[in-house]
Structures are given as C-alpha cells and as structure tokens.
Design a protein around this ligand. Sequence first.
Ligand SMILES: [Zn+2]
Length: 188
Amino acid sequence: MFGSFPDHGPSSHPKNPGSNNIPYLRFMKIKVGFGFDVHQMKAGHPFVVGGVTLDHHAGAFGHSDADVLAHAICDAILGAANLEDIGYHFPNTDDRWKGANSLDLLRHCIKLIKDKGFELGNIDGMLCLEAPKIKPYIPQMKANIAEAAGISVEDVSIKATTNEQMGFIGREEGVVAYAVCLLEKTNY
Ligand SMILES: [Zn+2]
C-alpha cells in the first residue's frame, strides 16, 4: 500500500500507482523497445556484425555497412522512446549514411533518447544466421555495442542461433537480427 516506505518520498505517486510496493519505481519510468532487421548476403562482401568484421566468404549488403545487429538495436532503442525507426532517421536515400559505420548510427540514437530524458538500461540482441559460427566474435561485439551505447558490457547480451538450414537464412541468402532494450527515465 502507499505509505509503506516513508523514507522514500511522498506517500503516493499518481503516475505510478502500480509500483507502490517498490518505492524507487515510483519515480522511474521504464520503457521496453523491440527491433528487427534483415539484410541480403552477397558473396565477397564484407560481413560486419556488432562492429566486428567476420571472417566469411560472404557478407551482408546494404546502404550503410549493413550491420544487422546494430540496426536491430537502434530500432529497439528508437522504439522504446517512441522516436520512429531507423529508416526515418537514416534514410537509405541520404548519401550521408552511405557506407556509414553503424556504431555511429547507434551513438546518434543514444543522443536522441538522452535528449528525451531517457537512459539506456540494457540490450538483449539475437542473431539468426547459418554461418559463420558467431561465438568467438561475441565478446568483441559486446564491447563495441557497449562502448557505442555508453553502457556496461554487463548490460549487453548477444546471442546467436542458426535457422536449422531452412528458408532464406538457411540458404545463406540473408541474415536476421532481433533486439530488445529497456530505457529508464528517473524523476519521472
Ligand atoms: Zn539494416
């Protein structure tokens, strides 16, 4: 009930009535965001994922460096703050983003959410691709994403799975990434 924690400010908080047994949540708004991205794979093309260039015979193709994981994370962050999507902020018709390092796009998304009063809490990313094996690259991907997003490596999760050789992912015609994130706004 309200008033159970008199050491944590006023005895009621009209904007956050459901958190009355967790005092700090009375003054914090949290928002979840979801992102998805897909890119075509082309033979001989560089394969950049999470800011790491993978050793592979083919890579993702796109207007920027086609970093499918960074793009899914950008969309999750933008979505949580209700700031449209990555295509809105970085249109593929704009030459400024041609060949862009997608970690710079991520940095820009962080600036946008901070301008709206949010802080990034954590990221959970999921890659879906047939090859190469991602595990050896994950520590560096986490470090790159954490640095660009301005959060601890401990708050960046990156996981990977294959598509069990089915569909366009199984045929290595494309690569997919999903991401969720949490944004926090204190003193809400
Ligand atoms: Zn993309």
